[in-house]
Write a protein that binds this ligand. Sequence first.
Ligand SMILES: Cc1cc2nc3c(=O)[nH]c(=O)nc-3n(C[C@H](O)[C@H](O)[C@H](O)COP(=O)(O)OP(=O)(O)OC[C@H]3O[C@@H](n4cnc5c(N)ncnc54)[C@H](O)[C@@H]3O)c2cc1C
Length: 454
Amino acid sequence: MKSQSRRSFLASGIKTAVFGALANSGLSSAFAQSTPWSNWSGGQKCQPAGRYDISSEDQLSDLLKSTRGSIRPIGSGHSFSPLVPTDGHLVVIDQLSGILDYDADSLRATIGAGSRLGDLGAQLEAIGQGMFNLPDIDRQTLAGATATGTHGTGVELQSLSGYITALRLVTPNGEVLDLDENSGDLFDAARVNVGALGVVTQIQMQNRELYKLKKREWTAPTEDILENFDELAASHRHFEIFPLVYSDYSSVLSIDESDEPIGQTIIPSVETSLADLRPLGVNASPAEKLASNNARAQRAEVSEAVDLSYKLLTNLRNNRFNEMEYSVPIEVGAECVREILKTIYDQAIDVAFPLEYRYVGAEDPWLSMAYGDHPHATISIHRTATEDYSPYFDIIEPIFWKYGGRPHWGKLHSLSHRELAELYPRFRDFMEIRESLDPEGRMLNPHLRKLFNA
Ligand SMILES: Cc1cc2nc3c(=O)[nH]c(=O)nc-3n(C[C@H](O)[C@H](O)[C@H](O)COP(=O)(O)OP(=O)(O)OC[C@H]3O[C@@H](n4cnc5c(N)ncnc54)[C@H](O)[C@@H]3O)c2cc1C
């Protein structure tokens, strides 16, 4: 064991030495040598010392107990922010997946935290359950999605973390903690944890009976919708808009429960609209783009579809992009959207991607974007992955700050612990819990050190 450690040390430094010792232990089957890691957009990359593909909680606990050095749990790499990059070791829990247990009366299901959201729909359908809400795509793992407070849209609906009723956390020192509402602060900290408190292996979700939804998509003048957004959000289970840039129009989406027969209509996606909105190219003036985009938006068709909730709520996003998203109090949401659209126009920023504007219901997890007693509005900006997002995002981010915006943990932002502590009322409490669970900071990377002043 010692000589193995020395060889690894010579090859890759102390961290690798500590982990290299495991090559001869029961963990060797889980270990893979270093391969480059990159997120979905390609904007975040790292060369970790190695990765562990964990097959059981015992194995994970052994790993954390018998090693030192940096470690980052990873999901499916769909975060835009640098939460994962490390020169230490990655921990993959893809094998801890599927429905482990369920209760037909309470409609709760205990799920392996490495499950992909997209695999869970059919598995839950088989036991007569459906998740209350889903985000825009379903490629994420349940652990990764909840770690960042991933949400869908719906003023009465919470983020995925809001529906967690219990979870199992293997702490950085290998201790296994079962947390639920009786665990107090630790539970509210762990439901949105940015992978800084340990590795989550199981999550119990409050679901509901299986249900169908009807989706309707159309275009409408942005101002008409913004003026009536509260009423529209209250009268639909899900309601959101994709305000088109250089346009007076938005793509509008409402989704409601339905008993109508399942019928698949081809729904033109925002990406299709996006392609339509590029024809004038970068050299067109803002006024030319506005006229052209308005004319196109007016020609867009209304589309409808009915299906099981999990099939209707998520989309395929094949055009890779980077994203920034902040939540603001709903009272100022419309004003914030207006200012962003005006800034893009006035400064002739070269962007074609629509914004996204949604409401998320109030909830308790401390680091949730909608933490507190009131729903929040979330606003996203996007830039194609092949383009440098900085010039655009750097101009828009201060607008979010002006409206008291809280950043999405999985999306790009430039804030550190000082500002975050002002925006998230329990942020300092989270920092204390993090410090107590991980005094050596082995779960940290440079980005998390900046977030937590560690
Ligand atoms: C195309 C696209 C669409 C998106 N749409 C939405 C949307 O509609 N709404 C929204 O809110 N977000 C959305 N996101 C953001 C995305 O949901 C989050 O960034 C999410 O965290 C990604 O999950 P993941 O499994 O890829 O996790 P990763 O990105 O791999 O990791 C995210 C975080 O989770 C931690 N983590 C992973 N596994 C564990 C574990 N077992 N224990 C503890 N921590 C762990 C990691 O350390 C990291 O901090 C979208 C992203 C993309 C690329």
